[in-house]
Design a protein around this ligand. Structure first.
Ligand SMILES: [Zn+2]
Length: 263
């Protein structure tokens, strides 16, 4: 049975506690929600490369976690006649693609859909969770061993770390994505974290806080995964969550990986 794009979005929002929000970044970024859905792509970011793959798959709805046009609210006035923006916009219009952001709602899902997806990949979902679920109590180990697991399970060969690789640890803060330097610092203190996993950090804030913590004799470490690596398993998990609700529509996760290469 044919479904409109809007119907798919409505049934997703219906699953989120305290939704809909009056003010949210989870809006249509382009396209026509009344169009019949031909296929769905889920992704961390709707890059031009992801959009090309969506067209090849015959999908006209892209559900993205992060913005499409390089701004939290996808305001585009500031871009003016920027040629990169123009190329992306032209491609979207030519192929009649609809892009919808699933950021605030997926984090509001109980439990947080992004964190669940990452935990599933890491095999951490059955460990004790405290502090509104964002602290995971893993079996006692070292920072080096945690990094080894992260590399293996998240499929990344490079991870940045501030702290001591031999430090024992157990309380891991899942500060995925980019929550801001002051929020990272507050989490270390208020949740008494041994280690935090983050996507991005603010080096002059959290970086220096960890450096001072170690100098003051405390045991703290920050593992910087990269924003995409820290969250994209959550958009992969979205396929498992959404597919049973609309079995007639093909849903495909497209990974993007991190934009940065280490040389
Ligand atoms: Zn996120």
């Amino acid at each position: 049975m044919a479904k409109a794009i809007q119907e798919v979005i409505n049934l997703m929002i219906a699953e989120i506690p305290n939704a809909p929000l009056e003010d949210s970044v989870d809006t249509f970024k382009c396209g026509d929600p009344n169009q019949e859905v031909s296929g769905i792509v889920t992704t961390f970011t709707a890059t031009l490369d992801v959009l090309r793959q969506a067209v090849a798959l015959g999908a006209n709805l892209i559900i993205t976690h992060e913005p499409t046009f390089y701004d939290h609210r996808d305001n585009t006035d500031w871009l003016g006649d920027d040629p990169v923006y123009a190329a992306k916009r032209t491609f979207i219009e030519e192929h009649k693609l609809t892009i919808w952001r699933f950021h605030d709602y997926w984090h509001m899902h109980e439990p947080d859909g992004i964190q669940v997806g990452v935990e599933k990949v890491l095999g951490w979902e059955n460990y004790q969770h405290t502090d509104n679920r964002y602290v995971i109590h893993i079996p006692p180990t070292t920072v080096a061993h945690v990094i080894e697991q992260l590399k293996q399970k998240l499929g990344t060969s490079t991870i940045r770390i501030i702290g001591d690789l031999d430090m024992p640890c157990q309380r891991i803060g899942m500060l995925l994505g980019s929550i801001g330097g002051d929020n990272q610092i507050k989490a270390f203190h208020l949740a008494n974290l041994d280690v935090a996993l983050c996507g991005e950090t603010t080096e002059w804030q959290t970086g220096e806080y960890i450096r001072d913590a170690i100098a003051a004799g405390q045991k703290k470490a920050l593992i910087i995964l990269g924003h995409a690596t820290s969250e994209e398993a959550g958009m992969q998990y979205l396929v498992d969550w959404l597919q049973p609700k609309i079995p007639e529509v093909k849903i495909t996760f497209i990974p993007v990986g991190d934009p940065i290469q280490v040389v």
